[in-house]
Write a protein that binds this ligand. Structure first.
Ligand code: ZN
Ligand code: ZN
Length: 267
């Protein structure tokens, strides 16, 4: 199993998971042309994608879903609430589920997890194939016991470290946006994300890919400080996804050891 990102942040998101039997794109917040360019950077064409999983109807997650889906006849999975939002109508084929449902896409078992965020029925995902479990968790304002339980046994995590609370408070955003981002239905700050990691860290957790980092209200130094405080200096399982570059293919395997390796193209 391999994982890559074509970009992560408020200007657009897209996470790729590739197994022997499937290639799944989680969210697509880029225009068709930009998505094709970014997929090419990962050695893929649109026709290689078997399914698109949508997390929620915000533009940085669905902006490119309709066009990509229609252009390459890709089915799109979304919650009933996301459908009701009316913002993800123009897709090739829609497959709707209820929050908490599990379903299969070829050899990938997908579990949807309802999260607190200001959308109609926002769901994040835990994906499993051949005994390797990957959690994708961004765009949530608070960690509930339900969320912590769902992500407790992952081997790999894509986890939002959106903002540093002090930088958000003193930063340039208008007051209403600060309240939205920092609120219980907004985004995870570094301390919340680090606290979740401390709670669910276990010997089987191999890597944490840091995602949806704010360009205005966060820095890698702030994230390192939060991780040091909650997990100690010895925690070195984390890697940074970026808005412009995303992250190149990482081979995921619970047998792999403590560091994921970058691969060029093959499955
Ligand atoms: Zn987002
Ligand atoms: Zn969102």
């Amino acid at each position: 199993m391999q994982l890559a990102s074509i970009g992560s942040g408020s200007k657009g998101n897209g996470t790729l998971l590739r197994t022997e039997g499937a290639c799944v794109l989680i969210d697509c917040g880029f225009s068709l042309k930009e998505t094709e360019r970014r997929l090419a950077g990962r050695g893929l064409q649109g026709s290689d994608i078997d399914a698109i999983l949508v997390t929620h109807e915000h533009g940085d997650h669905i902006g490119g879903v309709g066009a990509l889906s229609r252009r390459y006849s890709i089915p799109v999975y979304m919650s009933h609430g996301t459908r009701v939002s009316g913002r993800c109508e123009d897709v090739y084929k829609r497959i709707c589920f209820d929050a908490g449902d599990s379903f299969r896409i070829h050899d990938v078992e997908v579990k949807s997890v309802l999260v607190p965020h200001d959308a109609r029925q926002p769901c994040q995902y835990v994906l499993e194939s051949q005994g390797v479990r990957v959690g994708i968790l961004t765009d949530l304002g608070t960690i509930t016991p339900h969320v912590a339980d769902a992500y407790r046994e992952c081997h790999h995590l894509v986890l939002e470290f959106n903002h540093d609370l002090d930088l958000l408070r003193s930063g340039p955003y208008p007051k209403s946006l600060k309240q939205r981002v920092g609120g219980d239905l907004g985004h995870l700050n570094n301390r919340q994300a680090a606290a979740l990691l401390r709670e669910i860290n276990h010997s089987g957790l191999i890597s944490v890919l840091i995602a949806h980092m704010s360009e205005q209200n966060n820095t890698q130094a702030c994230i390192e400080a939060a991780l040091n405080e909650d997990l100690g200096q010895a925690f070195n399982k984390h890697y940074y996804m970026s808005q412009d570059e995303g992250y190149d293919w990482v081979k995921l395997s619970e047998m792999f050891g403590s560091e994921p390796s970058q691969l060029a193209a093959d499955v």
